[in-house]
Design a protein around this ligand. Sequence first.
Ligand code: GAR
Length: 224
Amino acid sequence: MNGTAPRKKIRLGVLASGGGSNLQSIIDACNAGSLDAEIALVLSNNPEAGALARARDNAIPLECIDHRDFAQRSDFDRAVVDCLEDRGVELVVLAGFMRLISGAFLEKFPHRIMNIHPALLPAFPGLHVQRKALESGARFSGCTVHFVDEGMDTGPIIIQAVVPVLEQDTEDTLSARILEQEHRIYPRAIQLFAEGRIKVDGRRVQIEPPLPPCCGSLSNPVLG
Ligand code: GAR
């Protein structure tokens, strides 16, 4: 016993529709002790989601609520909110969750729903954004962690990382380079929340004390 009280862990509800590599980065950060969080629930709308297998492999409580079983989006959202509340979730983490979040859901978790998006918002919201970045001729893209609001990828931005778009990039190679940065910044954004360092002021997010210059923003700037 060294007399140090264990740090309080924030209870996360991770919502994922796909493979769950971002979920894995959060699990790894919790296990490594760099994230003061406990995953109280992994929930998917997709019975085939790899994220559910990752939850099972890590003995994390999991739930599958198939959106196709609900006639109305509001009914699906209510079922999801009930599950999150039953598990005492304090922060909802969207990790490749491919459903829009309704107003009623948002009201239950004000500024307590985060999303990760594989582009530098506000550029390229929506789907197929790596392809759009390539087609646009952008020299840089990246990823964004933001709070969710009623719009599509429009909520207050918490943290971003930049990656270069290379001449020979395909959608797959650019996606992989962006994903690597997603795995770095998402656990970090959640840790900032767990430490109570995030304040939302209108559209702007303040981090107190501020991150050092470039920390969590430009990860690997390449000029030219
Ligand atoms: C990630 O690239 C994430 O940013 C993206 O889906 C992928 C999920 O990968 N999310 C969105 O596009 C949300 N609009 P993962 O299942 O391996 O974490």
